[in-house]
Design a protein around this ligand. Sequence first.
Ligand SMILES: Cc1ncc(COP(=O)(O)O)c(C=O)c1O
Length: 401
Amino acid sequence: MPPIIYLDNQATTRVDPRVVEAMLPVFDRSYANAGSVTHELGLAASDLVEESAESIATCLNARRSEIVFTSGATESNNLAIRGVCLRKRTSGHIITVETEHKAVLDPIAKLEKQGFRVTRLKVVPNGSDDAGLINLDELKNAIAEDTILVSVMVAHNEIGVIQPIREIADLCHECGVLLHTDATQAVGHLPVDVDELGVDLMSFSAHKFYGPKGIGGLYVRRTDRRVRLASQIDGGGQQENRRSGTLNVPGIVGMAAALNLCHAEIQEGTEDGRRRELRDRMYAGLKSRVGDLPLNGPSLTPPGLRLANNLNCQFPNIDGQSIMSGASEIAISSGSACTSADPEPSHVLAALKLSDDEIQSSLRISVGRFTTLDEIDSAVDLLVRSVESMRQYGADECLDS
Ligand SMILES: Cc1ncc(COP(=O)(O)O)c(C=O)c1O
């Protein structure tokens, strides 16, 4: 099989070899249960967990006691939303956004069936520079006496839009409402400081920032306000009863190593620009040879509006799935890979008011740490070849009929 050009970094990232290196000795030597504090090996595993937790907390400007380890962002979102809403309550009001990930929308929809009231905010439709952003006045008007929780993600997995989380947090706190944010696409990519963002709960997942799959975390605020959760997984009482289950020590060590590398990269300040350059080169290269490719989501500039790694655009009148089939040497996505088991058109693009045809013609391309300039140029060639053959095929079809 020829090497694949991997441009699906928002679905998941390749584990950085330095992260693998940090994890290997844990499988080999520190394999004991971190809860087995009756022997040296268990204590050593527990020490590794504590060191890693401290390091993760430092990268996020959080306290160690505010970090709960989970299996990934899906679980973190469920724990945050269900944990807050179901603690000593059976009803109340939740506010979220139509374009959130299913790992936020689905637990909220389930709570709605159980008696909670839900407001799903709309976003600015496509075609505007700030497409995908929520309207803060709408949020303010939606907050009511019985509002318990607002859940808005930092940065979007399909369209890359970055929401003004600090302003959202201020609005929530003026009204005594908690703010959860799904920061799965932001942690490791943008500077994320829980105090600067002002969030109360924040989900993240290692496999989105060059760490292993199956490990993530939930930040739960304890300073200024103490957020309490109803546990969602009960058993051995690990993690102060907030999430039972034997800790995934290699995963935790890997997540800490991965986040440290990203943190250093963010502080260095060059990687974001490099990714932006690759992404913009891809878009410009495609447009110059294919023609107009309407952008889905906010404008690519100024930088603060959209993630540097994300491109999502339409290939008018061509089926995105067919373009991908004709360019099988490239790994890209027609929407959110996490919902690819779901044949429905992307709910995110639908919320941007794209037609079904426009949604079908859309592709998401996401660059990452290991993407090279040569790969971008080759990917442009391969995609252009695929589009041209689709156009040719379409023309032949017309001629035949
Ligand atoms: C914004 C967002 N939230 C949640 C998830 C789910 O994360 P995990 O795969 O760690 O469960 C994803 C994965 O694509 C995501 O992009």
